[in-house]
Design a binder for this molecule. Structure first.
Ligand code: HEM
Ligand SMILES: *[C@@H]1O[C@H](CO)[C@@H](O)[C@H](O)[C@H]1NC(C)=O
Length: 338
Protein backbone atom coordinates (compact mmCIF):
# COMPACT_ATOMS: atom_id res chain seq x y z
CA UNK A 1 0.00 0.00 0.00
CA UNK A 2 1.34 3.45 -0.84
CA UNK A 3 1.52 5.99 1.95
CA UNK A 4 -0.40 9.23 1.59
CA UNK A 5 2.76 11.23 0.86
CA UNK A 6 3.68 8.78 -1.90
CA UNK A 7 0.19 9.20 -3.25
CA UNK A 8 0.62 12.96 -3.19
CA UNK A 9 3.90 12.70 -5.05
CA UNK A 10 2.33 10.46 -7.61
CA UNK A 11 -0.56 12.83 -8.11
CA UNK A 12 1.60 15.91 -8.35
CA UNK A 13 3.90 14.17 -10.83
CA UNK A 14 0.91 13.26 -12.87
CA UNK A 15 -0.29 16.82 -12.66
CA UNK A 16 2.97 18.40 -13.81
CA UNK A 17 3.32 15.83 -16.56
CA UNK A 18 -0.10 16.87 -17.70
CA UNK A 19 0.96 20.49 -17.75
CA UNK A 20 4.09 19.69 -19.72
CA UNK A 21 2.05 17.55 -22.03
CA UNK A 22 -0.48 20.32 -22.43
CA UNK A 23 2.16 22.86 -23.39
CA UNK A 24 3.90 20.52 -25.79
CA UNK A 25 0.62 19.64 -27.38
CA UNK A 26 -0.47 23.22 -27.47
CA UNK A 27 2.71 24.56 -29.03
CA UNK A 28 2.79 21.91 -31.76
CA UNK A 29 -0.82 22.73 -32.50
CA UNK A 30 -0.03 26.42 -32.65
CA UNK A 31 2.63 25.83 -35.27
CA UNK A 32 0.79 23.28 -37.38
CA UNK A 33 -2.82 24.33 -37.33
CA UNK A 34 -4.54 26.46 -39.89
CA UNK A 35 -7.23 28.90 -38.85
CA UNK A 36 -10.44 30.14 -40.42
CA UNK A 37 -10.20 33.92 -40.73
CA UNK A 38 -6.41 33.88 -40.59
CA UNK A 39 -6.15 37.17 -42.53
CA UNK A 40 -9.00 38.89 -40.71
CA UNK A 41 -6.76 41.57 -39.22
CA UNK A 42 -3.62 41.33 -41.40
CA UNK A 43 -5.42 41.57 -44.74
CA UNK A 44 -9.18 41.78 -44.27
CA UNK A 45 -9.94 42.15 -47.98
CA UNK A 46 -7.88 39.17 -49.13
CA UNK A 47 -10.69 36.63 -49.40
CA UNK A 48 -12.96 39.11 -51.20
CA UNK A 49 -10.28 40.02 -53.71
CA UNK A 50 -9.69 36.36 -54.48
CA UNK A 51 -13.41 35.64 -54.80
CA UNK A 52 -13.86 38.55 -57.23
CA UNK A 53 -10.91 37.48 -59.38
CA UNK A 54 -12.19 33.89 -59.48
CA UNK A 55 -15.77 34.85 -60.28
CA UNK A 56 -14.71 37.17 -63.06
CA UNK A 57 -12.46 34.55 -64.62
CA UNK A 58 -15.18 31.89 -64.43
CA UNK A 59 -17.76 34.15 -66.03
CA UNK A 60 -15.43 34.47 -69.02
CA UNK A 61 -14.49 30.79 -69.06
CA UNK A 62 -16.35 28.32 -66.84
CA UNK A 63 -13.56 25.79 -67.33
CA UNK A 64 -11.38 27.87 -65.02
CA UNK A 65 -13.38 26.57 -62.04
CA UNK A 66 -12.32 23.04 -62.93
CA UNK A 67 -8.75 24.17 -63.44
CA UNK A 68 -8.48 25.80 -60.00
CA UNK A 69 -10.03 22.89 -58.09
CA UNK A 70 -7.68 20.49 -59.83
CA UNK A 71 -4.70 22.78 -59.23
CA UNK A 72 -5.33 22.76 -55.48
CA UNK A 73 -5.52 18.94 -55.56
CA UNK A 74 -2.25 18.68 -57.49
CA UNK A 75 -0.62 21.16 -55.12
CA UNK A 76 -1.67 19.26 -51.99
CA UNK A 77 -0.89 15.74 -53.23
CA UNK A 78 2.68 16.63 -54.18
CA UNK A 79 4.83 17.92 -51.32
CA UNK A 80 1.75 19.27 -49.51
CA UNK A 81 -0.36 22.39 -49.97
CA UNK A 82 2.56 24.82 -50.20
CA UNK A 83 2.21 26.23 -53.68
CA UNK A 84 4.87 24.05 -55.32
CA UNK A 85 2.56 23.44 -58.28
CA UNK A 86 2.64 27.18 -59.05
CA UNK A 87 6.41 27.52 -59.42
CA UNK A 88 7.97 27.96 -62.85
CA UNK A 89 10.97 25.91 -63.83
CA UNK A 90 14.39 27.46 -63.41
CA UNK A 91 17.33 26.75 -65.75
CA UNK A 92 18.61 23.84 -63.66
CA UNK A 93 15.35 22.59 -62.29
CA UNK A 94 12.22 21.54 -64.16
CA UNK A 95 9.27 22.11 -61.81
CA UNK A 96 6.02 20.22 -61.20
CA UNK A 97 4.33 22.40 -63.78
CA UNK A 98 6.23 20.61 -66.54
CA UNK A 99 5.12 17.13 -65.56
CA UNK A 100 2.75 15.43 -67.99
CA UNK A 101 0.06 15.41 -65.32
CA UNK A 102 0.19 19.22 -65.28
CA UNK A 103 1.42 20.35 -68.67
CA UNK A 104 -0.26 21.46 -70.82
CA UNK A 105 -3.58 20.64 -69.15
CA UNK A 106 -3.43 22.51 -65.84
CA UNK A 107 -5.14 25.88 -66.13
CA UNK A 108 -5.97 28.96 -64.07
CA UNK A 109 -2.45 30.13 -63.19
CA UNK A 110 -3.23 33.64 -64.43
CA UNK A 111 -6.15 33.90 -61.99
CA UNK A 112 -3.87 33.15 -59.05
CA UNK A 113 -1.30 35.64 -60.35
CA UNK A 114 -3.92 38.34 -60.75
CA UNK A 115 -5.34 37.86 -57.24
CA UNK A 116 -1.83 37.81 -55.83
CA UNK A 117 -0.88 41.08 -57.56
CA UNK A 118 -3.98 42.84 -56.23
CA UNK A 119 -3.36 41.55 -52.72
CA UNK A 120 0.36 42.47 -52.74
CA UNK A 121 -0.65 46.02 -53.67
CA UNK A 122 -2.62 46.47 -50.45
CA UNK A 123 -0.97 44.04 -48.00
CA UNK A 124 2.50 43.11 -49.20
CA UNK A 125 4.26 40.02 -47.87
CA UNK A 126 1.21 38.74 -46.03
CA UNK A 127 -0.94 36.28 -47.97
CA UNK A 128 0.63 33.07 -49.22
CA UNK A 129 0.10 31.66 -52.68
CA UNK A 130 -0.83 28.29 -51.16
CA UNK A 131 -3.69 30.00 -49.30
CA UNK A 132 -4.78 31.94 -52.37
CA UNK A 133 -5.06 28.65 -54.25
CA UNK A 134 -7.03 27.01 -51.41
CA UNK A 135 -9.47 29.96 -51.36
CA UNK A 136 -9.72 29.98 -55.15
CA UNK A 137 -10.66 26.29 -55.21
CA UNK A 138 -13.39 26.92 -52.64
CA UNK A 139 -14.70 29.95 -54.54
CA UNK A 140 -14.81 27.83 -57.68
CA UNK A 141 -16.77 25.06 -55.96
CA UNK A 142 -19.23 27.66 -54.71
CA UNK A 143 -19.60 29.41 -58.02
CA UNK A 144 -20.24 26.29 -60.13
CA UNK A 145 -21.71 23.98 -57.49
CA UNK A 146 -23.13 26.11 -54.69
CA UNK A 147 -20.81 24.18 -52.37
CA UNK A 148 -19.55 26.45 -49.60
CA UNK A 149 -17.06 25.76 -46.85
CA UNK A 150 -14.78 27.81 -44.64
CA UNK A 151 -11.11 27.49 -45.58
CA UNK A 152 -8.68 27.32 -42.66
CA UNK A 153 -5.63 29.38 -43.67
CA UNK A 154 -2.13 30.26 -42.56
CA UNK A 155 -0.22 28.12 -45.06
CA UNK A 156 3.22 29.32 -46.08
CA UNK A 157 4.86 28.86 -49.46
CA UNK A 158 7.53 26.29 -50.18
CA UNK A 159 10.72 26.96 -52.11
CA UNK A 160 11.04 23.61 -53.86
CA UNK A 161 9.25 22.11 -56.85
CA UNK A 162 10.54 19.01 -58.61
CA UNK A 163 9.00 17.71 -61.81
CA UNK A 164 9.43 14.00 -61.01
CA UNK A 165 7.58 14.30 -57.72
CA UNK A 166 4.34 14.66 -59.68
CA UNK A 167 4.81 10.98 -60.61
CA UNK A 168 3.09 10.27 -57.31
CA UNK A 169 -0.24 11.63 -58.54
CA UNK A 170 -2.84 8.97 -59.32
CA UNK A 171 -3.21 8.17 -63.03
CA UNK A 172 -6.27 7.85 -65.28
CA UNK A 173 -5.75 4.13 -65.82
CA UNK A 174 -5.63 3.31 -62.10
CA UNK A 175 -8.10 0.73 -60.80
CA UNK A 176 -10.06 1.22 -57.58
CA UNK A 177 -7.42 -0.59 -55.54
CA UNK A 178 -4.62 1.64 -56.84
CA UNK A 179 -6.71 4.75 -56.28
CA UNK A 180 -7.51 3.69 -52.74
CA UNK A 181 -3.82 3.07 -52.08
CA UNK A 182 -2.78 6.44 -53.51
CA UNK A 183 -5.26 8.25 -51.27
CA UNK A 184 -4.53 6.07 -48.24
CA UNK A 185 -0.88 7.16 -48.45
CA UNK A 186 -2.13 10.69 -47.77
CA UNK A 187 -4.49 9.64 -45.00
CA UNK A 188 -7.74 9.44 -46.95
CA UNK A 189 -10.29 6.65 -46.76
CA UNK A 190 -11.61 5.06 -49.93
CA UNK A 191 -14.90 6.80 -49.23
CA UNK A 192 -13.13 10.18 -49.21
CA UNK A 193 -11.39 9.18 -52.44
CA UNK A 194 -14.75 8.42 -54.05
CA UNK A 195 -16.17 11.70 -52.69
CA UNK A 196 -13.30 13.78 -54.08
CA UNK A 197 -13.49 12.04 -57.45
CA UNK A 198 -16.84 13.81 -57.79
CA UNK A 199 -14.78 16.84 -58.86
CA UNK A 200 -14.82 15.13 -62.26
CA UNK A 201 -18.37 16.39 -62.49
CA UNK A 202 -16.80 19.43 -64.19
CA UNK A 203 -13.99 20.09 -66.62
CA UNK A 204 -12.40 18.16 -69.42
CA UNK A 205 -9.82 15.51 -70.17
CA UNK A 206 -7.55 15.39 -73.21
CA UNK A 207 -8.05 12.42 -75.55
CA UNK A 208 -4.80 10.59 -74.72
CA UNK A 209 -5.98 10.13 -71.11
CA UNK A 210 -8.84 7.86 -72.19
CA UNK A 211 -8.51 6.99 -75.91
CA UNK A 212 -7.18 3.49 -75.14
CA UNK A 213 -10.73 2.77 -73.93
CA UNK A 214 -12.00 3.57 -77.42
CA UNK A 215 -9.41 2.00 -79.68
CA UNK A 216 -6.98 -0.32 -77.95
CA UNK A 217 -8.43 -1.65 -74.71
CA UNK A 218 -6.99 -5.18 -74.95
CA UNK A 219 -6.33 -7.90 -77.50
CA UNK A 220 -9.86 -9.28 -77.47
CA UNK A 221 -11.76 -6.02 -76.89
CA UNK A 222 -10.62 -2.94 -78.82
CA UNK A 223 -13.28 -1.00 -76.89
CA UNK A 224 -13.71 -1.01 -73.10
CA UNK A 225 -16.82 -3.13 -72.44
CA UNK A 226 -17.52 -1.17 -69.24
CA UNK A 227 -18.29 1.89 -71.40
CA UNK A 228 -21.73 2.52 -72.93
CA UNK A 229 -21.20 1.84 -76.69
CA UNK A 230 -23.21 4.90 -77.71
CA UNK A 231 -21.09 7.07 -75.46
CA UNK A 232 -17.95 5.46 -76.92
CA UNK A 233 -19.20 6.23 -80.44
CA UNK A 234 -19.77 9.86 -79.43
CA UNK A 235 -16.27 10.08 -77.92
CA UNK A 236 -14.75 8.69 -81.12
CA UNK A 237 -16.16 11.70 -82.97
CA UNK A 238 -14.20 13.89 -80.54
CA UNK A 239 -11.02 11.81 -80.48
CA UNK A 240 -9.67 10.40 -83.74
CA UNK A 241 -7.51 7.28 -83.42
CA UNK A 242 -4.15 8.18 -81.87
CA UNK A 243 -1.80 9.27 -84.65
CA UNK A 244 1.51 8.91 -82.90
CA UNK A 245 3.57 12.06 -82.72
CA UNK A 246 1.55 14.92 -81.29
CA UNK A 247 4.02 17.43 -79.98
CA UNK A 248 3.45 18.55 -76.41
CA UNK A 249 -0.22 17.55 -76.36
CA UNK A 250 -1.58 21.08 -76.21
CA UNK A 251 -3.32 20.51 -79.55
CA UNK A 252 -5.07 17.37 -78.37
CA UNK A 253 -8.85 17.55 -78.39
CA UNK A 254 -10.78 17.16 -75.16
CA UNK A 255 -14.06 15.71 -73.93
CA UNK A 256 -16.13 16.71 -70.93
CA UNK A 257 -15.44 14.55 -67.89
CA UNK A 258 -19.16 14.45 -67.13
CA UNK A 259 -21.63 14.21 -69.97
CA UNK A 260 -24.88 15.52 -68.51
CA UNK A 261 -23.99 18.82 -66.81
CA UNK A 262 -20.30 19.43 -67.55
CA UNK A 263 -20.24 22.96 -66.10
CA UNK A 264 -22.10 22.16 -62.90
CA UNK A 265 -20.33 20.64 -59.89
CA UNK A 266 -22.97 18.16 -58.74
CA UNK A 267 -23.58 14.46 -58.12
CA UNK A 268 -24.40 13.75 -61.75
CA UNK A 269 -20.87 12.37 -62.00
CA UNK A 270 -22.07 9.36 -59.99
CA UNK A 271 -25.31 9.01 -61.93
CA UNK A 272 -23.31 8.97 -65.15
CA UNK A 273 -21.05 6.26 -63.74
CA UNK A 274 -24.22 4.20 -63.26
CA UNK A 275 -25.02 4.93 -66.92
CA UNK A 276 -21.54 3.66 -67.88
CA UNK A 277 -20.56 7.10 -69.04
CA UNK A 278 -17.50 7.63 -66.87
CA UNK A 279 -14.78 9.14 -69.06
CA UNK A 280 -11.59 7.86 -67.45
CA UNK A 281 -10.89 4.28 -66.44
CA UNK A 282 -10.23 5.68 -62.97
CA UNK A 283 -13.81 7.01 -62.93
CA UNK A 284 -15.67 3.94 -64.21
CA UNK A 285 -13.68 1.60 -61.98
CA UNK A 286 -15.38 3.14 -58.94
CA UNK A 287 -18.61 1.49 -60.05
CA UNK A 288 -16.99 -1.74 -61.27
CA UNK A 289 -15.14 -2.40 -58.05
CA UNK A 290 -17.11 -4.05 -55.27
CA UNK A 291 -15.16 -2.00 -52.68
CA UNK A 292 -16.48 1.35 -53.92
CA UNK A 293 -19.69 0.50 -55.81
CA UNK A 294 -22.03 1.16 -52.88
CA UNK A 295 -20.48 4.60 -52.31
CA UNK A 296 -21.07 5.53 -55.94
CA UNK A 297 -24.69 4.39 -55.76
CA UNK A 298 -25.21 6.31 -52.52
CA UNK A 299 -23.72 9.54 -53.91
CA UNK A 300 -25.81 9.14 -57.06
CA UNK A 301 -28.92 9.18 -54.88
CA UNK A 302 -28.00 11.76 -52.24
CA UNK A 303 -26.65 14.92 -53.84
CA UNK A 304 -26.82 17.10 -50.74
CA UNK A 305 -24.96 14.56 -48.65
CA UNK A 306 -22.30 14.26 -51.30
CA UNK A 307 -21.88 18.06 -51.49
CA UNK A 308 -21.39 18.27 -47.71
CA UNK A 309 -18.88 15.41 -47.78
CA UNK A 310 -17.08 17.06 -50.68
CA UNK A 311 -16.62 20.32 -48.77
CA UNK A 312 -15.35 18.44 -45.74
CA UNK A 313 -12.90 16.37 -47.80
CA UNK A 314 -11.61 19.50 -49.55
CA UNK A 315 -10.88 21.08 -46.16
CA UNK A 316 -9.06 17.92 -45.08
CA UNK A 317 -7.08 17.89 -48.32
CA UNK A 318 -6.06 21.49 -47.60
CA UNK A 319 -4.20 20.36 -44.48
CA UNK A 320 -1.84 17.98 -46.28
CA UNK A 321 1.78 18.64 -45.25
CA UNK A 322 1.29 22.38 -44.87
CA UNK A 323 4.08 24.77 -43.91
CA UNK A 324 3.14 27.13 -41.09
CA UNK A 325 4.61 29.58 -38.58
CA UNK A 326 8.10 30.54 -39.72
CA UNK A 327 8.49 27.70 -42.21
CA UNK A 328 8.84 28.54 -45.89
CA UNK A 329 8.05 32.07 -47.02
CA UNK A 330 5.34 34.34 -48.35
CA UNK A 331 6.11 34.53 -52.04
CA UNK A 332 5.96 37.93 -53.70
CA UNK A 333 5.05 36.35 -57.03
CA UNK A 334 3.38 32.95 -57.06
CA UNK A 335 5.46 31.58 -59.96
CA UNK A 336 8.84 32.31 -58.38
CA UNK A 337 10.52 31.86 -55.01
CA UNK A 338 11.63 35.12 -53.38
C1 HEM B 1 -8.94 9.86 -58.06
C2 HEM B 1 -7.85 10.06 -58.77
C3 HEM B 1 -7.79 11.07 -59.89
C4 HEM B 1 -7.31 10.84 -61.14
C5 HEM B 1 -6.70 9.54 -61.64
C6 HEM B 1 -7.47 12.05 -61.89
C7 HEM B 1 -7.09 12.23 -63.20
C8 HEM B 1 -7.45 13.29 -64.00
C9 HEM B 1 -7.16 13.42 -65.39
C10 HEM B 1 -6.36 12.43 -66.23
C11 HEM B 1 -7.73 14.58 -65.82
C12 HEM B 1 -7.71 15.13 -67.24
C13 HEM B 1 -6.48 15.95 -67.50
C14 HEM B 1 -6.43 16.38 -68.93
O1 HEM B 1 -6.01 15.60 -69.77
O2 HEM B 1 -6.86 17.49 -69.25
C15 HEM B 1 -8.37 15.18 -64.69
C16 HEM B 1 -9.07 16.37 -64.73
C17 HEM B 1 -9.64 16.96 -63.62
N1 HEM B 1 -9.49 16.55 -62.32
FE1 HEM B 1 -8.82 14.75 -61.71
N2 HEM B 1 -8.07 12.98 -61.08
C18 HEM B 1 -8.27 12.43 -59.85
C19 HEM B 1 -8.78 13.06 -58.74
C20 HEM B 1 -9.18 14.37 -58.71
C21 HEM B 1 -9.49 15.12 -57.52
C22 HEM B 1 -9.37 14.56 -56.09
C23 HEM B 1 -9.86 16.35 -57.91
C24 HEM B 1 -10.26 17.52 -57.07
C25 HEM B 1 -10.76 17.45 -55.89
C26 HEM B 1 -9.82 16.37 -59.35
C27 HEM B 1 -10.20 17.43 -60.14
C28 HEM B 1 -10.16 17.43 -61.53
C29 HEM B 1 -10.80 18.43 -62.35
C30 HEM B 1 -11.68 19.56 -61.86
C31 HEM B 1 -10.45 18.15 -63.67
C32 HEM B 1 -10.81 18.96 -64.91
C33 HEM B 1 -9.72 19.98 -65.14
C34 HEM B 1 -9.95 20.96 -66.26
O3 HEM B 1 -10.98 20.90 -66.94
O4 HEM B 1 -9.09 21.82 -66.45
N3 HEM B 1 -9.36 15.17 -59.80
N4 HEM B 1 -8.18 14.38 -63.58
C1 LIG C 1 -10.15 -7.89 -72.14
O1 LIG C 1 -11.08 -7.21 -71.28
C2 LIG C 1 -12.26 -7.92 -71.00
C3 LIG C 1 -13.17 -7.04 -70.19
O2 LIG C 1 -12.54 -6.46 -69.10
C4 LIG C 1 -11.90 -9.20 -70.25
O3 LIG C 1 -13.07 -9.94 -69.96
C5 LIG C 1 -10.93 -10.03 -71.08
O4 LIG C 1 -10.50 -11.14 -70.36
C6 LIG C 1 -9.73 -9.19 -71.50
N1 LIG C 1 -8.90 -9.93 -72.43
C7 LIG C 1 -7.58 -10.01 -72.34
C8 LIG C 1 -6.88 -10.79 -73.38
O5 LIG C 1 -6.95 -9.47 -71.43
Amino acid sequence: MASSSQKFELLSNLFSNCIIFFFLFHSTLASTTLKVGFYKSSCPRAETIIKNAVNQAISQNPGIAAGLIRMHFHDCFVRGCEGSVLLQSTPNNPSEREHRANFPSLRGFEVIDEAKAKIEAICPNTVSCADILAFAARDSAYRVGGINYAVPAGRRDGRISIKEEANSLPGPSFNAEQLTESFAKRGFSSEEMVTLSGAHSIGVAHCPTFSNRLYSFNTTHPQDPSMDPLYAAYLKTKCPPPSGNNGDGSEEPTAALEFFSPYRLDNWYYIELKNHRGLLSSDQTLLSSSSTKEMVLHNAKHGHQWAAKFGKAMVKMGFLDVLTGSQGEIRRHCSFVN
